[in-house]
Design a protein. Structure first.
Length: 552
């Protein structure tokens, strides 16, 4: 066995890197395959705080990350679809879910590593269905997690005989505060508290960390895990910040308090488990379970306190409405000019996405100030679209053989379609919400759930369209067009469901029938506006046959 300290540390670092990447692989697989379902589960978990916490825990188990749940939640809270009390309950549940993940990944399921890897690779390489390929990605990620843990055990074995390693272990055992802070920084830097906890538990199992040091580091990883979402949402809506900052105070402050208790009474009083690794993971699980049990009854007063400490910012409207990416001085340099136009289109798309999030909230709680702001946003987008089209007509090349007209025409078409999407939000959605409020109508529970799910689908496609604008990825463009067909079929299915409720004589369905059907059409129209982004790119690469996708 190679005993060089440099080689040993290099092997450990490589194994730890594989662990971090494997956890991310599983998370992205779940997001791509089941992201829509997860979004719907989160949005529907608003009945009470206990349901919300359970949903947050389940989502964190699937995504292998409480941070991923926090970022999904941020979108709903920004749109007003989920309130602060429910949001905090979801986050607390997600913290417990991430502790459960560590327990699962440390189980004897690792014996299935060869089978998981074999089946995962077969699914990923042989399947033509997107969801099956992502399931393959998940299985590969799980297999690599178990493999990386084995590699860490093997790589760290020589360190048990190293005098320097033993000295470091003794130091960390005698200085739990340093161990706590090192672990917090590690978890934050690598954006994965799950991977950090698994690493510390594995090192404890190998005897490279004392139980006291490993326990302090696991508590530090909880602080680091809360810091990840804190830094990722620094520019988010204040409603999101209240939840994330409160979670940081609870999880980080609770971890610090637990560290004090640990130093006072020792880790031996908390040890439950048949091995050192299991004991450390149980401390992690018990801490987050206690945090949920103590914090869940207090979510309402905690959010009232957070609202007082972080009040809504008056006059938070953007002051960037008049800014533009269109540089008039580069119109004789087509590549740079078209890049400017593309950035302007991305900005328009981002603005429309924000409009959509705000417009759907009007159906739940109508606010005339928001409605008026959306009208002004629409006027500004119309101005941006016109300025962009004028800018495109002025792009010229010194090379007479260079064709700038086709590219300019395609980008102008995208601008027109995006403007039509914004128009659908203001002239349809906002007017429908205003009408529903004026007539004091309410959707049936089933009808509103269907509309909300359809909105989620369209919102994801809007984000998908913006990604295609940025990346010009042909594969993503194909998926966007395929989604257009699925949205059309889904809209027809939802219309049939609504008509069935009308035949059943449901009063709420009768009262809101026209609004329900028109809202479906408006969302489908918006989806089409963003799907059209893909067509010029696909046509350029020969991926279209008479307005249909060519066979792959």
């Amino acid at each position: 066995m190679i005993s060089s300290p440099v080689i040993v540390l290099l092997n450990m670092a490589a194994a730890a890197a594989l662990l971090l990447w494997s956890v991310r692989l599983v998370r992205t697989g779940f997001e791509r395959a089941f992201g829509g379902h997860l979004r719907r589960w989160l949005r529907r978990s608003t009945k009470n705080r206990f349901t919300a916490a359970a949903t947050g825990a389940a989502a964190a188990v699937l995504l292998q990350s409480s941070t991923a749940v926090a970022m999904l939640l941020a979108g709903f809270m920004s749109a007003g679809a989920i309130g602060g009390v429910t949001g905090l309950a979801i986050i607390l549940g997600a913290d417990l879910g991430s502790a459960i993940v560590a327990q699962i990944l440390n189980s004897r399921v690792g014996l299935l590593t060869p089978l998981l890897l074999l089946v995962g690779v077969m699914f990923f390489l042989r399947s033509s269905r997107r969801n099956l390929r992502q399931i393959g990605r998940i299985l590969i990620g799980l297999a690599l997690i178990f493999l990386s843990l084995d590699l860490i055990r093997q790589a760290s074995a020589p360190l048990s005989e190293s005098g320097a390693a033993q000295a470091a272990m003794v130091y960390l055992a005698g200085d739990p505060v340093s161990a706590f802070l090192i672990a917090a920084i590690f978890a934050w830097l690598f954006h994965s508290s799950v991977a950090a906890v698994l690493l510390f538990a594995t090192l404890a199992q190998q005897g490279l960390l004392s139980v006291e040091a490993a326990a302090a580091m696991v508590l530090g990883a909880n602080l680091g895990g809360a810091l990840i979402a804190f830094f990722l949402t620094l520019k988010a809506d204040v409603t999101v910040q209240r939840v994330v900052w409160t979670n940081l105070a609870l999880r980080g402050g609770g971890a610090a308090l637990a560290l004090v208790l640990l130093t006072q009474f020792g880790a031996s009083a908390l040890l439950v488990g048949s091995s050192a690794a299991q004991q450390i993971l149980n401390i992690h699980l018990f801490f987050n379970l206690a945090l949920l049990a103590l914090g869940l009854p207090l979510v309402a007063p905690l959010m009232r306190l957070a609202t007082r400490l972080l009040p809504s910012r008056a006059g938070a409207l953007s002051d960037t409405l008049a800014r533009s990416a269109l540089d008039q001085t580069v119109q004789n340099q087509p590549r740079r000019a078209f890049a400017c136009a593309q950035r302007e289109l991305v900005e328009i798309g981002n603005r429309i996405e924000i409009m959509l999030r705000e417009a759907i909230g009007l159906f739940d709680s109508y606010d005339d100030a928001i409605a008026q702001r959306l009208v002004l946003d629409m006027k500004d987008i119309a101005r941006m679209s016109m300025d962009l089209r004028i800018y495109l007509t002025g792009i010229r090349s010194d090379d007479p053989d260079e064709d700038t007209g086709t590219r300019a025409f395609n980008l102008s078409g995208v601008a027109v379609n995006l403007e039509a999407g914004a128009d659908a939000i203001v002239r349809k959605m906002v007017d429908l919400a205003r009408r529903k409020n004026a007539e004091k109508l309410n959707f049936s529970d089933e009808g509103w759930r269907e509309l909300s799910d359809f909105y989620d689908t369209v919102l994801r496609n809007v984000q998908h369209g913006i990604t295609v604008l940025i990346s010009e990825d042909v594969g993503l463009a194909r998926e966007l067009v395929e989604q257009k067909e699925k949205v059309r079929d889904l809209e027809q299915a939802l219309v049939r469901k609504h008509l069935k409720r009308l035949r059943q004589g449901l009063t709420e369905s009768f009262e809101t029938s026209a609004i329900h059907l028109e809202l479906l059409r408006a969302l489908k129209m918006l989806n089409t506006s963003f799907a059209m982004i893909a067509y010029p790119l696909l046509e350029e690469h020969g991926e279209l046959l008479e307005s249909r996708l060519a066979d792959a």
